[in-house]
Design a protein around this ligand. Sequence first.
Ligand SMILES: [Zn+2]
Length: 157
Amino acid sequence: MEPVAECLACDLLSGVRPLPGGRLAEWSGWVVEHSVGPLGLGTLVVKPVRHVVHVAELNDVESAALGPLLQRVAAAVTKAVQPEQVYVCLWSHANAVPGHLHFVVQPAVKADMARFDAFGPALQMAMFREGAVPDETEVEAVCRRLRAVLSCSLDEA
Ligand SMILES: [Zn+2]
């Protein structure tokens, strides 16, 4: 499928925009990347290669892969970051317009919970308000660990 103009997810897939850490995995119509947003180090994005904006429009192959993939990505984040909890959420609604689906797989770590005195959606909102994007060198380093864990786990699938 052709990339869609003015879609950040498509731009990161096609390489039009730089992606710190690079592509971490590709599996059954899905790709895994480190988030370019302010949700902290080790926060990954799981998105379809196709420009799909509604979960209801996923095809059979994408749907069948989704559960196992999210579980494996969450397990990789757990192993690499050792967080208190791993949030898995999907909003994909930018400026009230449905956008390219991207599940966010976010390690919730004690340091962020303490710094913002928040957890869950309130923690995410506080992190967005602050808008601090993780250091690129640190992203590259955590991605090296995550890529190794993910490739083992997806090869076994
Ligand atoms: Zn797109």
